[in-house]
Design a protein around this ligand. Structure first.
Ligand SMILES: [Zn+2]
Length: 203
């Protein structure tokens, strides 16, 4: 997906100031103003507002000018204009905050789950491993005795941690039989070489 970051302007208020002197033609006439709210967006999803843009047009000379061109008197009038609240401009920020919150929560839930499952290995458990050479793979527990754990390692390695779950197919476990003591397995977990445990759900 391509991500586009940018700003857009949204027209939030239009109005007229009667009998004001135009800074361009000096005639007293009606000045029409349009106020825009500038907001940042991420692939067209608004993130948050970043500023205001005011465009003013004179009825007499039809020229347009900006907020800074106005007399202090009109600036004050404009500043007192009640602007519509624009909560939708924060939509993306709210979604992102929610997503981050969910991810962090999920991360700690998984971490806690792993710390419980590691103490009680069961045949069929799949451990995701991170090797010291930077590769990832998994092992499947075949048999557990009072002090030993018999496993089969996956035939394949992955480069990225999120690819490991896809390696977990029964045909990928053929002949790499590895035996561990319970102590060894705990040590691997403490050294962060076991990064995730998947246990089959028995319903
Ligand atoms: Zn004018």
């Amino acid at each position: 997906m391509m991500i586009i970051v940018g700003t857009r302007d949204s027209n939030i208020k239009n109005g007229t100031i009667l009998n004001e002197k135009c800074p361009k033609c000096n005639q007293e006439d009606s000045l029409h103003f349009n106020i825009y709210r500038r907001y940042t967006h991420l692939t067209l999803i608004p993130l948050f507002p970043v500023g205001k843009l005011v465009v003013i047009a004179c009825d007499h000379c039809k020229q347009t000018f900006e907020y800074d061109d106005l007399s202090e008197n009109i600036q004050l009038k404009l500043r007192n204009e009640k602007l519509n609240s624009t909560p939708w401009m924060y939509l993306g920020s709210i979604v992102i905050a929610g997503f981050i919150f969910f991810s962090i929560n999920n991360y700690f839930d998984k971490k806690e789950e792993t710390s419980i499952l590691i103490k009680n290995p069961v045949s069929g458990d799949v451990y995701n491993l991170k090797f010291s050479n930077g590769y990832y793979s998994n092992l499947r527990i075949d048999k557990v005795t009072i002090d030993s754990i018999y496993t089969t390692h996956n035939d394949f390695d992955a480069y990225m941690p999120y690819e490991v779950d896809d390696l977990n197919k029964s045909e990928n476990y053929s002949n790499k039989k590895v035996y561990y003591s319970r102590k060894d397995i705990l040590k691997l977990y403490q050294e962060d070489e076991i990064i995730k445990i998947t246990r089959k759900q028995h319903n």
